[in-house]
Design a protein around this ligand. Structure first.
Ligand code: DGJ
Length: 333
């Protein structure tokens, strides 16, 4: 081999090596980057807005509004992804692809899907906000499936406890009891309501939080329940607030900001507080949406581990962070 050929070969090898190391580093890094484009394991943008995460069969499943461009405008879509490490998510396509189920009109709304696994019936039950384009119908819709990523079949729409219901949130307590959080505008507050034993309906009011908030989310940690919500400014962000109680029945403390108010929750609105229970630690992840109303498909995710405990909660400045889904440890970089 001439010296020239030798140099070319070495250079090509070095370039390939560096590229593969770069890919390896991306794949191996367990870093979440709040606000960045988040791609799935196939390199496609994750479309799971207003969503929620559940743990099932040793994995995490993330459901959300699939707002990708180029879909059938008559349908609404809920995506399903799974992950073992909470960072790298594999798409399983759409769990639900639904045409207007109740004659709600062309711009009908399906938002904030959340999935419960019913251990009695072994069904998966998806709840979502179901509405017309003016947000006047104000119902929840439910759909069921025998497998986690669907396909889900629409069952019915209804007003929980007979009340208007817009933004919904999901909460499952440590004893397995499942609750729906729903925002009810006329009553100027939101309800926390226990689901029926089969998760197919709302059984009773557990608590009423008498502050007009939306994007409600709840977590139980130690001796405290923490509830967060945003004020009502449509798609625009505002300073999220939280209250605490020793009981899910309340009474709830007064509300305080979860972060300095000026950055408006760093442009985000809550969709879930996910309790990541590991072998060594329990972290609570704030899952928020950074909405882009002009291009909802390009809305981003702001996920951050919360500084939480002893009845206090704080959303730290968004920075890249690492998670070990086995031990439950998180560290901000
Ligand atoms: C805020 C809600 O939280 C979103 O889910 C969506 O309904 C927008 N309002 C619509 O303006």
């Amino acid at each position: 081999m001439t010296a020239f050929k030798h140099i070319c070969c070495c250079a090509a090898f070095a370039i390939c090596f560096l590229y593969s190391m770069h890919d390896f580093a991306q794949a191996a890094s367990n870093i979440v980057r709040p606000g960045a484009v988040w791609s799935d394991t196939q390199g496609a943008r994750i479309e799971a807005h207003g969503g929620g995460v559940i743990r099932y069969d040793g994995k995490f499943f993330w459901f959300g509004e699939d707002r990708a461009q180029g879909q059938d405008p008559a349908k609404r879509y809920v995506s399903c992804y799974d992950s073992s490490d909470f960072v790298h998510w594999t798409s399983h396509g759409d769990a639900l692809a639904l045409a207007d189920p109740e004659d709600l009109g062309p711009n009908w709304v399906l938002e904030r899907p959340k999935v419960y696994h019913d251990t009695h019936t072994r069904q998966f039950v998806m709840y979502f906000h179901l509405d017309d384009s003016h947000y006047k119908v104000a119902r929840v819709g439910i759909a069921t499936s025998s497998s986690v990523c669907g396909p889900y079949t629409f069952v019915r729409g209804f007003r929980p406890l007979g009340e208007e219901s817009r933004d919904i949130g999901q909460f499952v307590d440590d004893d397995g009891t499942a609750y729906l959080i729903f925002e009810s505008r006329p009553t100027k507050g939101f309800f926390i309501a226990k689901l029926t034993a089969d998760d197919l309906g709302v059984a009773e009011k557990t608590s009423f939080v008498p502050v007009p908030l939306e994007g409600g989310a709840l977590v139980h940690l130690g001796a405290w329940y923490y509830v967060v919500g945003s004020h009502m400014t449509g798609w625009r962000p505002n300073p999220d607030v939280y209250a605490v109680s020793h009981s899910i029945h309340g009474p709830w403390s007064s509300f305080q900001n979860i972060a300095p108010p000026e950055p408006n929750t760093y442009g985000s609105q809550p969709t879930m507080l996910f309790k990541l229970k590991g072998t060594r630690e329990t972290s609570v992840i704030y899952m928020g949406d950074i909405w882009n109303p002009r291009a909802l498909w390009d809305s981003r995710y702001l996920w951050m581990p919360l500084d939480i405990g002893n009845g206090k909660l704080r959303l730290p400045d968004p920075k890249p962070w690492k998670v070990n889904a086995i031990t439950g440890a998180t560290s901000i970089q």
